[in-house]
Every structure is written in structure tokens, then in C-alpha cells.
Design a binder for this molecule. Sequence first.
Ligand SMILES: *Cc1c(COP(=O)(O)O)cnc(C)c1O
Length: 419
Amino acid sequence: MFFEIDERLLALSRQAEAEIRPVLERLDQTTEYNQQKMLRAFIDNRVSESHFAASTGYGYGDRGRDTLDAVLAQALGAQDALIRHNFVSGTHALTVALFGVLRPGQTMLCVTGAPYDTLQEVIGITGQGGGSLREWGVTYRQVELTAQGKPDLPAIREACRTADMVYIQRSRGYHLRPSLTVAEIGELASLVKEAHPGVIVAVDNCYGEFVEETEPCQAGADLIVGSLIKNPGGGIARTGGYIAGRHDLVEKCAYRLTTPGTGREIGATLNMNRELFMGLFHAPHVTGEALKTAVFAAALFEKLGYEVSPGVEEKRGDIIEIVRMGNERALVAFIQGMQKGAPVDSFVVPEPWDMPGYENQVIMAAGAFTLGASIELSADAPLREPYAAYMQGGVNYHSGKTGVLLGAQSMLEQNILVL
Ligand SMILES: *Cc1c(COP(=O)(O)O)cnc(C)c1O
């Protein structure tokens, strides 16, 4: 129609789509559940147009800001929440949570192997100090995942006895391990709380929001953190993040975000409330669209003979889909093709570059309305074995699907695909 896509690819695409119909229907059921949950939260908290008004200066008494916190808390099944445009990234929100809750002399234990790349300098695993948790006197330890990429329960039971915080990363990040489901996070939370009552269970919830019908706080997590340019921003929020969970812990985080004493009482929202409300409202639906795009990509690339993860039928804990491209040429062709299907910057040709905070060179397809927004269709790939493309997002399935097809088309044009 509007794109030149090989007829054989289109035929495969139709076949793939027919096969995944039951999966897409199941995803729709989850989306409907989560969207109704969100609507309920808006109604219960009496969201009104007056909440969109901008505050300036100190931002005292900003009712929109306070109401948005309450809506998010309800939607995530948490006691309390802090959602702010002032969080400059997911890493910043996580940093505020870690520094807000941990104290010198305490120990943070990551039980899902090495944490997300950008967190490593925050903790002080890498880097020169520069204000890291380590410099601050917080000890860090981690429990490696098993060979299957699952949490090592016996080792965790032992290690958590001397930890003050157990840290869980729900999403796979740039790793090949599977994401954790909420049920698995729940098992971990019960296990560590039985072994060491009083330990704080914190979850990096990035990419996980609204993928399932429950969230980690409903399964025993004390604190969860995420980014608004991923799922909970609904593709509309231009910046921001959130922290949600136990009231006393969220308060501590508020004191770290602003100042001890003032906490959440201040912070001008300028003109951001309306878009944060709107993005949050759309988040369950948009997350559903991203999941459909991921399942379509899994089905198509499986048909093309590639190893994908998760598989079409596999239970998902995040919106990421991995396609193992096997070599640099295939990877680069795919990323460059996907870029051609972006609504913004479609004419740009992505090249590998040294992205700050990451160890290997990275190539990315990102043609988004919001710079770096990975709830919009995007794919990142570190240039290292097995040359896997980590793709995610797609604020609407039809456009997302087109982007995936253009990725495959680009591989076909470079004689990488055998059809
Ligand atoms: C995106 C992400 C973060 C935060 O990254 P930012 O780029 O700082 O927003 C942290 N952990 C995981 C697993 C993520 O996917």
C-alpha cells in the first residue's frame, strides 16, 4: 500500500498474524482489565480539569500533583506514590529511591545478577566514586542468576540475612535472561521476608507496568520505581518518573527528591500535570499495543528462522522482545530498516556509537516524538555476541507492526534473509 514490502514477507506476516490471534486476544483481556482499573482510579480520585492548572515557584498546594500521586498509587496497588516530571530519567528515580531509603553502613543486595548498566555507577560497582552509594558508605552485594537466568533462591535466602535492602530488576535490560513475572517477584519477596523480616524489597519496575494484571507492590514489594518515557507515561509524558510503595518509604524518597522537611509539599508542576494525567490514563492501552507489537515481531522472526525471546506463547513480564540476529550485518540492517518506519526521523540512518554509561558500542532505532522514549517503537542493540536486537514499544500496533516489517524488508534487500 504505502510501503514497498516484498510480497513473500507480507504473506509470512499474514500467516504470523493469524497464528498469534489467540495470544493477541489474551493480551486484549489484560489491557481491558488494566484500563478499567485506571479509569476507576481516575474516578475514585475525582480527577477534574482544575487539576491541570499549572503551579509555579514553590508549588505549594498543587492539588493536581497530589491527586496524580493518589491515582498512580491506586493504579499500581500501592499505599503511596510520587510521580514527578522532576525525575529526569528512570535512573534518577531509582537513585532517589536508593539514596532516600538506604543509610550509611547498610547493605544493598541485588538478587537478579548485575543491575541495569546505568545503575552500576550509582551503586559504585563501576566508575570513580563521584557520589555513589559506595562512597556514601553503603555496601553492595549481588547474587548471580542461575544458568537458566532465574533467581538463585537458596543463595538468596542465605545472602539476604545480612542485607537491609533486597533489590530486584523485573525487566531483562540488556541481558538475555527472561524478565520476572509478578508471581516470581512475589515468591522472592516472601522468601526474603521470611528469612529476614524487616528487609526492604525494592523493584526496578521499568518496562513492567501494566504488562500483567497486578504489580509488584501487590505481591509483597515495598518500593517500585519506573520511568515515564516507558510504559506509565503512555507515550505522552515527555519526561519524568515515579516511585511507589509503602507510605513511610515513599515519604523518605520525597525528602531526598526535594529536601528533608519540605518533601512532597513543594515542586512546581509548571504545565506538566495535564500530560502526566493523560499519559497515565492511556498507559494500560499503550502498553497493550507495545505487547502486541512484540508478539508480532516474535512470530514473524521465528518464521524467518531466528531465535526470539520471549517466544510467542511465553508469559511476559516486560515489553521487550529479543531477536538474535547472529551477526553485525543482520543486526545493523534490521535496525536501519526499522528506523525507516518511524514517524519522526525516518530518513536518518542509525550507526553504532559509544553511548555514555554503556560498555559496548550500541546501535539504536529510535524515531520518537520524545527523545529516548522506548514506549515508542525502538530497538537497541549492543554490538556484542549474539548480536541481539532488543526491541520494545509501539504506541499503536498497526504502526509498530509496519516498523517491524520494514526491519525485515531491509534485511531482505541486503540478501540476509532466505525466503
Ligand atoms: C530504562 C531502564 C532503567 C532506567 O533507565 P533510564 O534510561 O535512566 O530511564 C533502569 N532499569 C531498567 C531495567 C530499564 O529498562
